[in-house]
Design a protein around this ligand. Structure first.
Ligand SMILES: Nc1ncnc2c1ncn2[C@@H]1O[C@H](COP(=O)(O)OP(=O)(O)OP(=O)(O)O)[C@@H](O)[C@H]1O
Length: 412
C-alpha cells in the first residue's frame, strides 16, 4: 500500500505527459486548417489588439463645463429700438452647460392683476350668457376646479386655446370676447414676429470652458490650449478646431439648421465635446473634438402642433403701490453642452487576458479540422485509427475472455 502511494507520487513529480500529435499528410485538411488559423490570427491581431486595443485599460472622464456668451443686439419693435445685451438674452445667466439664447420674443409690458377682455378668437361672445362665471376653459367647457384632473379629456370646440384667466361672467362689447380675471392686458402671442427680432444673435459668441479628469490615470485636461489666443480666435471646423469660442451662427449651421428659420420659433442644439485619448502617447495629444447636433426645432419631427422651443419669463416691479410685471414669451436656441471622454493606456492584465483568449480561440482551427478529418473525409476510419489508440482489453467483457484480447484489426 505504502509503495503504491510512493509510486504515484514519484510518477506525478518525476514524469511529464505530452499529447501525441498525428501529422496528417492531406492537402485539403492542411489548407482548411491553415486558413482557419489565419482568420483567427487576423481577428486577434487586427480586431482585438489593433482596433479594440485589447492591451489597454480604459477610463471614463468626469468634467465640468462653464459657458459665457458675448454680443450686443438691437431690436426695433413699433419704431422703438431696444438694446439687448448678455444679461437680457441669456437664461439662466450663471454660465451653465445648458442655457437658452433668446432670438425672438413677444413682450407684454405693464401687466397687473385685474379684469380684462380675452384675446379675439379665444372666447367670443354675444352676451353675458356666453360667458359662464368661473369657467376656466382650455378651449372647451370645464370649471376651474375640474381643470387639473380633466385637462387631457376636455374637448375644444373653439380650437383649443387656453384662456389667460377665469371668466368673470361678463361679455365685453368692444372686443366681443369674455372678460377674464388675469394679469392684464393679456399676452397676445397669436402672431410670432418673423423674421426674428434678435437676428443679431447670429454673431453672438459663446465661450466654452471645459476641464476633465481621468481619475484612474490621475490626468487632468482642459480645452484651453496654450497655442490658442482667446482674445482673437473664433472656432472654425478646419482652420481653428481647437478655439473654444463659437459664433452662434456657426453652431446652428454645423448642426444642420438654418439660423433665420430656427431663430423665429427657437430650437435646441447639442454641442458634444469628445475627448478620446490614448495615454500611451504624450498627453499633449489628448485634445477635444467639438460636434454639433440639432436636437429639435425643424417642426417636421412628430407633430407640428409644437414647433421650436419657447418659454415665458416675467420680471416683477412695483409701480407706486401696484405690483406689475413685464411678461416675455422667449423663443430661442437652447444649447446643451455634453462632455464625453474615454482614455486608454497599456496595462499588463488586459494584455495577458487578450493573449490567453486569443490562444484559446486558436484551438477552434484544430476542432474544425479534426471534425473534417474524422467525420467528413472518405478515409475517416483510417485517420480515426491513426489518431486514437484503442485499449487491448475490453473492460466490459467478462474476465474469461481476457485470454483472447480484442485487437484493433478485430474491430474492423
Ligand atoms: N463669449 C465670448 N466671446 C468672445 N470672447 C470671450 C467670450 N467669453 C470670454 N471671452 C474672452 O475669453 C477670455 C477669457 O474669458 P474669462 O471669462 O475667463 O475672462 P474675463 O476677463 O473675466 O472675461 P470678460 O471679458 O468677460 O471680463 C477673455 O479674453 C474674454 O474676453
Amino acid at each position: 500500500m505504502r509503495s503504491n502511494i510512493a509510486d504515484a507520487i514519484s510518477t506525478f513529480f518525476l514524469e511529464y505527459e505530452t499529447p501525441r500529435q498525428v501529422v496528417v499528410k492531406n492537402r485539403r485538411v492542411g489548407v482548411v486548417c491553415r486558413l482557419i488559423q489565419l482568420i483567427v490570427l487576423v481577428y486577434i491581431i487586427g480586431w482585438v489588439f489593433i482596433y479594440e486595443k485589447g492591451y489597454q485599460v480604459t477610463d471614463k472622464a468626469i468634467g465640468s463645463v462653464y459657458t459665457k456668451m458675448k454680443g450686443v443686439g438691437y431690436a426695433k419693435v413699433n419704431g422703438v429700438q431696444r438694446v439687448w445685451d448678455v444679461d437680457d438674452y441669456v437664461f439662466p445667466e450663471q454660465g451653465d452647460a445648458s442655457f437658452v439664447v433668446m432670438t425672438n420674443y413677444i413682450m407684454t409690458m405693464g401687466q397687473q392683476q385685474g379684469n380684462c377682455p380675452e384675446l379675439p378668437g379665444k372666447h367670443s361672445c354675444q352676451s353675458d350668457e356666453d360667458c359662464e362665471e368661473g369657467d376656466y376653459r382650455r378651449g372647451g367647457h370645464g370649471k376651474f376646479t375640474t381643470l387639473s384632473p380633466n385637462l387631457q379629456a376636455e374637448s375644444s370646440p373653439e380650437g383649443g386655446f387656453p384662456l389667460h384667466g377665469m371668466l368673470t361672467g361678463k361679455c365685453v362689447s368692444e372686443t366681443k370676447t369674455c372678460e377674464v380675471s388675469a394679469w392684464c392686458p393679456v399676452e397676445n402671442d397669436l402672431v410670432v414676429p418673423d423674421p426674428a427680432l434678435l437676428m443679431a444673435a447670429e454673431n453672438f459668441t459663446l465661450f466654452i470652458k471645459n476641464s476633465i479628469t481621468f481619475p484612474m490615470f490621475g490626468i487632468v485636461r482642459s480645452n484651453l490650449v496654450k497655442r490658442v489666443n482667446l482674445r482673437k480666435c473664433v472656432f472654425h471646423e478646419d482652420e481653428a478646431p481647437l478655439c473654444p469660442i463659437f459664433r452662434l451662427g456657426d453652431i446652428v449651421r454645423l448642426s444642420g439648421f438654418n439660423f433665420q428659420e430656427l431663430a423665429v420659433q427657437g430650437g435646441a442644439i447639442g454641442i458634444l465635446i469628445d475627448w478620446t485619448c490614448d495615454f500611451d502617447w504624450d498627453r499633449k495629444h489628448c485634445l477635444p473634438k467639438y460636434n454639433f447636433h440639432g436636437l429639435y426645432g425643424d417642426g417636421e419631427l412628430m407633430s407640428n402642433s409644437s414647433v421650436g422651443y419657447n418659454f415665458r419669463s416675467a420680471k416683477y416691479y412695483m409701480d407706486g403701490t401696484t405690483e406689475k410685471r413685464t411678461l416675455m414669451k422667449v423663443f430661442g436656441l437652447r444649447i446643451d453642452v455634453v462632455v464625453q471622454g474615454v482614455a486608454r493606456k497599456f496595462d499588463i492584465i488586459p494584455t495577458l487576458t487578450t493573449i490567453g483568449s486569443g490562444v484559446g480561440i486558436f484551438g477552434v482551427a484544430t476542432v474544425v479540422c479534426d471534425l473534417v478529418l474524422l467525420y467528413v473525409l472518405p478515409k475517416r476510419d483510417f485517420y480515426k485509427n491513426m489518431k486514437f489508440k484503442y485499449t487491448i482489453i475490453d473492460e466490459e467483457k467478462p474476465v474469461l475472455q481476457m485470454d483472447k484480447p480484442v485487437m484493433d484489426s478485430d474491430k474492423e
